[in-house]
Design a protein around this ligand. Structure first.
Ligand code: BES
Ligand code: ZN
Length: 630
């Protein structure tokens, strides 16, 4: 093992020396293996072990009337193997024609048979010398990555809105590409939109509307396809720091900029932990409420749900999370979706480290314990022996969107905390920083990470290795018995009050002064179950949960309201379910409702109205819960 590594290092040094004298850049090492050996991705048709796309030039026109993007994608490629065919991923695209090279000579091509959720391969005949292909195409109004909003679904109510969501494998529904996180490309784009709207991408952005509706973008750092992103709407920009700012609709911009005022401190904190921010700017766009996720780490421009605008900055850990992806995910990228924990587990760990620097240890520990509760619940729901409770997933033959749970986030973060606690923070931090440096702008497999870990942190120390039980974490379901158990002292106070209330004191006499959102979340999660409707009424009267403007608190409360059939909260429940489309809130609420006949009936009535306003990603999930269309 050691001899092999040594040999490999000698090889790499020799290669670097040769390249240096030949005046060539040292080739990027994708994984620990050779450049040619791109990890096989079960969710892509692309023949990436032969030819890789290195640069994308997009030219698109956005048509709100027909809900279509039309234009051209030019893909520059590196045909390492001299292949005569290029396979791209597409789904629901209409291909008009394909040409090869800058001279645009017509190319022959064929579309493969459609495969559920993977779409169709687009095979293009190329010559080994060809340096680019040009695909002329139109998207479908049903393209799963695109949500076209009616003016009524926006804050302003006057203009339509469009946003994309490419992760995990939806980029192919709006751009023909090698849709695998193991391949990276730089890109430029020219996007034409109606003149009164502004377009922004995961790239360099302007801060003002253009007069003619034409926008030009450049992304000079190579990114995987799942980070390609576009939003179009009536947008305004407001700076909050020297390299950070917020985009939102005019009616939301003030609130958004206030809420996210600590962004610059977060960036500085992240840099102090794990090295320079390498993407120049960090901006956030606050989208309309139908955005199906909390946040999406599109490079230079995080896409965020407006449900984080609590009015007191208490939900900004989500921004720390998306920012952290600028290292874990966007810089060092999971090679396939089976390695998703390398993105999300690292990011969840890193998010809490940023929060610790900016808001203190006790704040971060509350987040850690709430996360630990979510992990326990996720394991309980799946069952402690379920294969999806392993860190290394096997998603082949499945839609990754269905197989991605909270496990990679929270079990991943807990594993890194375990490593930190075992080797000590100083050593661990130095290791992590070197990991991000060493693999910046490359993809990483679970094995690649473990190899680097053993080499650079564990120094092949058998005693340490035995203590860590890495295999137990990575490839075994559930949690190891000696896993860390985050515990916040702040929550002692909360639990004491819950006990008092349980022993018969009325809710309004409880000592809750100074409680933050996270205290309240812990309170709601540790209430004795099942509650009676009378108890619900007592709590509601004292704390006004049904009227809460904090989406996380309201969500936790509504979960209890459904479980206890506390009817006074039903109008608020209906408003919540029809007012936003964030899947993390929708899925548990509809699931809980579906457990009783009355609940299921109400769920279907609400869903019938809400469904057209939800994103395809949320729709797919809720359709399955309510057996919609059956
Ligand atoms: N990258 C994810 C969102 C994602 C994951 C989209 C998988 C599609 C497939 C993003 O960073 C994320 O994790 N968002 C969370 C918020 C976070 C604070 C846990 C979300 O949207 O809830
Ligand atoms: Zn994430």
């Amino acid at each position: 093992m050691r001899t092999k590594t040594l040999l490999r290092q000698i090889q790499l040094i020799a290669l670097a020396v040769i390249c240096f004298f030949a005046g060539q850049p040292v080739p990027a090492r994708t994984t620990m293996n050779t450049t040619l050996d791109v990890t096989k991705d079960p969710h892509s048709f692309a023949n990436t072990s032969e030819v890789v796309v290195t640069h994308l030039e997009l030219d698109l026109e956005v048509d709100f009337a027909s809900k279509r993007l039309t234009g051209k994608a030019s893909l520059r490629m590196n045909n390492k193997a001299g292949a005569r065919r290029l396979y791209l991923d597409t789904r629901d695209l209409t291909i008009h024609r394909v040409t090869v090279g800058s001279s645009e000579s017509p190319a022959t091509y064929s579309l493969g048979d459609p495969v559920p959720y993977l779409g169709r391969s687009l095979m293009i005949n190329i010559t080994p010398e060809a340096d680019r292909v040009n695909v002329y195409y139109t998207t479908s109004p049903e393209a799963a990555a695109l949500q076209w909003l009616e003016p009524s679904q926006t804050a302003g109510g006057k203009r339509p809105f469009l946003f994309t969501q490419s992760q995990a494998i939806l980029a192919r529904t709006w751009i023909p590409c090698q849709d695998s996180p193991g391949v990276r490309m730089t890109y430029t784009a020219r996007v034409k939109v109606p003149p009164d709207l502004m377009a922004v991408m995961s790239a360099s952005n302007s801060t003002k509307k253009s007069a003619d509706g034409l926008y030009h973008f450049q992304m000079t750092q190579p990114v995987p396809s799942y980070l390609l992103a576009l939003a179009v709407g009536d947008l305004e920009f407001r700076a909050v720091g020297k390299r950070s700012g917020v985009y939102a609709e005019p009616g939301v911009i003030k609130k958004a900029a206030w809420e996210l005022a600590d962004m610059e401190r977060m960036i500085a904190a992240a840099e102090s932990l794990y090295g320079p921010y390498r993407w120049e700017r960090y901006d956030v766009i606050v989208l309309p409420p139908s955005f199906p996720f909390g946040g999406m780490e599109n490079p230079r421009l995080t896409f965020a749900t407006p449900t984080i605008l609590a009015g007191d900055r208490s939900l900004v850990a989500l921004i720390a999370h998306e920012l952290a992806h600028s290292w874990s995910g966007n810089l060092v990228t999971n090679a396939t979706w089976n390695d998703f924990w390398l993105n999300e587990g690292f990011t969840t760990y890193f998010e809490r480290r940023i929060m610790e620097v900016v808001y203190g240890k006790s704040y971060a520990e509350m987040l850690a314990q709430l996360g630990y509760q979510e992990l326990q619940r996720a394991i309980a729901e799946l069952g402690p022996t379920h294969p999806d409770t392993r860190l290394r997933l096997d998603l082949s033959g499945r839609d990754p969107d269905e197989g991605l749970t909270e496990i990679p986030y929270e079990k991943g973060a807990l594993f890194l905390r375990w490593l930190e606690e075992t080797v000590g923070r100083a050593k661990w931090d130095a290791f992590l920083r070197s990991y991000f440096d060493r693999f910046a702008f490359q993809s990483m497999t679970t094995d690649g990470f473990l190899q680097y870990l053993r080499q650079h942190l564990l120094s092949h120390d058998p005693a340490l290795e035995a203590r860590l039980r890495i295999d137990r974490w990575i490839d075994q379901p559930g949690l190891p018995p000696d896993a860390p158990q985050p515990r916040s002292r702040e929550f002692d106070r909360v639990e004491a009050q819950v006990k008092l209330w349980q022993s018969g004191k009325s809710a309004r006499t409880l000592k809750t002064a100074g409680w933050t959102t996270h205290h309240w979340l812990h309170f709601l999660r540790t209430l004795p179950q099942p509650l009676t409707r009378q108890q619900m009424a007592d709590l509601d009267k004292a704390f006004k949960f049904t009227q809460s403007g904090n989406s996380e608190i309201l969500f936790a409360w509504l979960m209890l309201a459904v479980a206890t059939q506390y009817e006074p909260a039903y109008p608020a429940l209906e408003k919540f379910l029809t007012g936003m489309g964030r899947r993390k809130f929708l899925r548990p609420l509809y699931t809980e409702l579906a457990k009783t006949p009355n609940g299921a009936q109400m769920a279907r009535r609400i869903y019938e109205r809400a469904r057209p306003t939800y994103h395809a990603i949320s729709r797919q999930t809720i359709d399955a819960i309510l057996k919609w269309g059956h």
